[in-house]
Write a protein that binds this ligand. Structure first.
Ligand code: NA7
Length: 555
């Protein structure tokens, strides 16, 4: 094990051009891009290897809900040509192997210090440097700091009383033992029925003596339509990658699908049924593109929601269980659709039961199991698929201090505020990857990461060209952007789904709809226009050594 992997301070000089926090998809591409620009970089990573979200989330059934051929980097033709995805939707293991391959191929590990959690980042106005501090007490300086801390990295703490009393073993999906868990012969209680729970349930059910699924909110679950990718498909993808990538860069969600530009209310009932049927069978998340108004018109949305409820009723044999699994309290797509394999079918197994917590609320975890208002159920193992303190969770755990001692946690106490989702006023030379008010959470995040990183590289280049040393979002531009993101979220039906997109899943977290919903392609064009207009909305200041420039007033 190298010194960097052991997290040893001696492996690290004390000053760099850029410090990157995190070595997942975002951190790795940043390291590669910064090196290409000739900048020195050090990345700090809490895990013992690269991968970020895909390093930690190793629970049974973990897969990406975006197709493997597009959930991958586009920056290197050689990388693209040599990598083979074995299935339409890659498993966590395959995605992690890909990320590790990228780290090896571009020799990225030598700039990463593993097993090192960043605890603080402080901007010093006098020497225009960030000081980044680790939990081991190491202090390193840099001109820029880039937070590549990920949107889905910090687990939401289990908020059910009594966990400390439980005598059996318990696991949270976000921190799964690397060696796996054997559920054979065990009575398992699982809480959480969104993307993660939906992926785990069928696999745990195959092993467990009995699996009890505790569901608070029923979700819209669609079949993934997963399958191995044939040699011919692989060849086809490689041959058409330039067109596929171009499409993902300017599409609404970073995908290559052709969406239907027709209203669901214009189509006849038969046409609607045929389109829903086709998309349900094979298109996963792209089901939402069946018509152009599913996310903005409640009547249109209701037709799709009813189609899915019909599917649930046709698959699940017990009519009471089927009705319990039918989502009724939020529009389809207002929370992320769940993409599964044999999820609904699993409820037809004799060793699986469903507890509807809306009807019989959970009271507490006990020594031997779980108690609802009407029964106590014994378990050997509890599994929590209860989600994340998403988007802002990782950043809020770092003590970030900007100009004049301004603390990020104070600035964001009523909700996060970023200009373009990339920077926040009062924190010069700090960039945030796929942060709040960026489209990252709603788009194919790898496409968003490449766009963010490329934009940041150009921005640093511009700053140097202008002989400036500091760049920061102006408060006015930030306010206008935050208002725009909030106004856009009111147009879509996302406003009706309480989810991690708005912090609604974490008790006490400010309710702010965080992702930009105006479409990824539009966002890219807006960022490009900002750059073309001399980084409009940003204030450039400071003066490079040996240069003379007029100082701009901060707005
Ligand atoms: P999510 O989407 O936040 O879902 C968490 C699930 O856990 C959801 O079903 C919650 O029910 C349930 N939950 C959370 N806390 C409780 C308590 N206290 N009691 C009962 N049920 C609870 O997290 P995921 O990990 O599934 O997915 C996150 C993203 O990862 C996903 O969107 C993809 O992008 C990948 P609720 O809905 O709050 O009633």
């Amino acid at each position: 094990m190298s010194e960097a992997q052991q997290g040893k301070a001696s492996a690290c000089p004390s000053e760099f051009d850029v410090i990157v926090v995190g070595a997942g998809f975002a951190g790795l591409y940043l390291i590669h891009s910064l090196r290409q620009k000739g900048l020195s970089v050090r990345a700090f990573e809490a895990g013992s290897d690269v991968g970020g979200t895909w390093f930690w989330n190793r629970y049974p059934g973990a897969r990406c809900d975006i197709e493997s051929v597009i959930y991958s980097y586009s920056f290197s033709d050689e990388l693209q040509d040599e990598w083979r995805w074995s299935e339409r939707y890659a498993t966590q293991a395959e995605i992690l192997a890909y990320i590790q391959h990228v780290a090896d191929r571009f020799e990225l590990r030598r700039d990463i210090q593993f097993n090192t959690r960043v605890s603080a980042a402080t901007f010093d106005e006098k020497d225009e440097r960030w000081t980044v501090e680790t939990e081991q007490g190491q202090r390193v300086k840099a001109r820029f700091v880039i937070m590549a801390t990920g949107s889905l990295t910090v687990p939401k703490p289990v908020d059910i009383p009594g966990l400390e009393d439980f005598k059996g073993t318990w696991y949270h999906s976000t921190n799964w033992p690397a060696e796996g868990v054997d559920f054979t012969g065990k009575r398992v209680g699982l809480v959480g029925t969104a993307s993660t729970g939906v992926q785990m349930v069928p696999l745990i059910a195959q092993q467990a003596e009995h699996l009890t699924v505790f569901q608070r909110t029923a979700n819209f679950v669609l079949p993934a339509g997963n399958r191995p990718l044939s040699e011919e498909e692989q060849r086809h993808y490689r041959a058409t990658y330039p067109q596929i990538r171009e499409k993902t860069r300017y599409s609404s969600g970073g995908s290559h699908y052709q969406f239907n530009d027709q209203s669901a209310l214009v189509a006849t009932a038969e046409e609607r049924e045929a389109i829903y049927e086709e998309n349900y069978r094979i298109n996963g998340l792209a089901f939402l593109g069946s018509f152009n108004d599913l996310l903005i018109n409640e009547e249109a949305n209701a037709t799709a929601a009813e189609f899915i409820r019909g599917k649930i009723r046709s698959v699940v044999k017990d009519p009471v269980v089927a009705e319990d699994l039918c989502p009724n309290d939020h529009p389809l797509g207002s929370k992320r659709l769940c993409i599964g394999s044999s999820y609904l079918e699993t409820f037809n197994r004799s060793n699986v039961s469903l507890v509807n917590l809306k009807r019989t609320p959970l009271e507490r975890i006990t020594e031997g199991g779980m108690r609802t208002c009407d029964q106590e159920l014994p378990f050997d193992v509890l599994v929590f698929a209860t989600g994340f303190d998403a988007i802002t969770g990782a950043l809020s755990r770092i003590q970030v201090t900007g100009r004049e001692g301004l603390k990020l946690k104070d600035k964001w106490k009523d909700g996060p505020r970023c200009y373009l989702g990339l920077a926040t006023a009062g924190f010069p030379n700090m960039f945030i990857m796929t942060g709040p008010q960026s489209p990252g959470a709603l788009a194919n995040v790898v496409v968003a990461i490449e766009q963010h990183a490329d934009w940041i590289m150009d921005c640093i280049g511009y700053l140097e060209q202008q002989n400036r040393t500091l760049i920061e979002a102006s408060p006015d531009a930030e306010n206008a952007w935050v208002e725009k993101v909030a106004a856009l979220s009111q147009i879509t039906l996302h406003r009706k789904g309480a989810s991690w997109y708005s912090g609604a899943n974490v008790p006490g977290k400010p309710r702010v709809f965080m992702p930009f919903v105006g479409g990824f392609g539009n966002y890219r064009r807006m960022c490009d226009a900002v750059a073309a207009n001399g980084y409009e909305g940003f204030v450039l200041s400071g003066c490079a050594a040996g240069a003379t420039v007029e100082q701009e007033e901060l707005a």
